[in-house]
Design a protein around this ligand. Structure first.
Ligand SMILES: Cc1cc2nc3c(=O)[nH]c(=O)nc-3n(C[C@H](O)[C@H](O)[C@H](O)COP(=O)(O)OP(=O)(O)OC[C@H]3O[C@@H](n4cnc5c(N)ncnc54)[C@H](O)[C@@H]3O)c2cc1C
Length: 305
């Protein structure tokens, strides 16, 4: 039986893997691949220690770092999809589409994936004006008329960031009430460059080589053409946690509920870190740091059990 099973090969999983190796924990590391969510980014400018790194470069660096320290102590299994984690005597069983592994403890670091905008043109123009990360891509749209889709906190916070350099920001929200905190809504709407429209249902993204605009249906049922070069979609993300739903408590968004001091999940012996958890901020550095915290706690648990 392994000491720990680390599930997921993004910044969270890799950071935990490096620490597990240095602590000489017998580890099974399972991931489909090392492509974290930001692998699609041309330039990540806030991964500490790299002034700028592309998403694919960062993924390769993470993999190299893990492999350099893994030696014989970390058994790295890629190309496997984790299907189920179950409790067994003395630990847990992790079933993938190819194998079954047993470990005394589990770290869930399988991240999440963005909910995509389900309208014609959205996929075609992704990375050509349609983007899912204002923090990452916002500065590329300096001086332009931009659209944010989604009236939750993420939508309003994205709008707030974009207002720093956009010519204008129009936020479109599909229902009659914004979901974001009223304080945030009020603060963002004070900016004269900001417009927010409720009951706007997105119909289509338009463009040629790059996005040129979108069509939405307004409250009166009319189709409105809105010109824009940048569409920032914030309609939620979907945590990859189905395979642990029988063993740990998930919140209403299917994120693993954790104790933020230790990263422990509700079931003793399971920890979680990164975007699959119910923490407030989701970023590469945070995912890595939280996974390190989890691994430290797993080490203490294993040595004092
Ligand atoms: C477009 C975009 C750009 C971003 N840019 C930035 C940025 O510039 N700076 C920044 O700090 N953050 C950025 N982020 C956020 C950042 O990517 C995430 O916070 C970070 O990737 C979370 O890391 P993670 O390890 O928790 O999960 P993830 O990165 O989601 O990694 C999860 C890993 O688990 C694997 N996996 C998932 N499910 C399974 C399964 N069932 N079986 C096997 N393997 C599985 C996946 O293959 C993947 O390797 C961006 C996000 C997006 C979407």
């Amino acid at each position: 039986m392994y000491d720990v099973a680390i599930l997921g090969g993004g910044p969270a999983g890799v950071a935990a893997g490096v620490y597990a190796s240095r602590k000489q924990l017998k580890t099974i590391f399972i991931t489909k691949d090392f492509n974290s969510q930001s692998v699609v980014s041309d330039g990540i400018e806030n991964w500490i220690g790299d002034i700028q790194v592309s998403g694919p470069e960062l993924a390769k660096k993470l993999e190299n770092h893990l492999r350099a320290y893994a030696a014989d102590i970390v058994d790295i299994q890629t190309g496997e999809w984790i299907e189920k984690v179950s409790k067994i005597d003395g630990g847990f069983e992790v079933k993938t589409d190819k194998e079954t592994y047993q470990a005394k403890t589990v770290l869930v670091a399988t991240g999440s994936h963005r909910r995509k905008l389900p309208v014609p043109g959205a996929d075609e123009f992704e990375h050509k004006g349609v983007t899912y990360c204002a923090t990452c891509d916002g500065p590329l749209f300096s001086g332009k008329d931009l659209v944010v889709i989604g009236g939750g906190n993420a939508g309003f916070e994205s709008a707030a960031q974009l207002l720093a350099y956009a010519k204008s920001v129009t936020l479109l929200h599909r229902s009659s009430e914004f979901k974001a905190d009223p304080v945030t809504v009020e603060a963002v709407l004070k900016d004269p460059k900001m417009t927010a429209i409720k009951n706007a249902s997105i119909k289509e993204v338009k463009g040629d080589k790059f996005v040129t605009g979108l069509v939405y249906t307004n409250e009166a049922g009319e189709d409105i053409d809105l010109a824009t070069e940048g569409i920032f979609v914030e309609i939620g993300s979907i945590p990859t946690t189905e395979f642990v739903s029988d063993v740990v408590k998930l919140d209403e968004y299917n994120r693993v509920e954790i104790d933020p001091w230790t990263q422990k999940a509700s079931e003793p012996g399971i920890w979680a870190a990164g975007d699959c958890t119910n923490i407030v901020y989701h970023q590469n550095n945070i995912a890595a740091g939280d996974a390190v915290k989890a691994l430290e706690d797993i080490y203490v648990y294993l040595k004092t059990k």
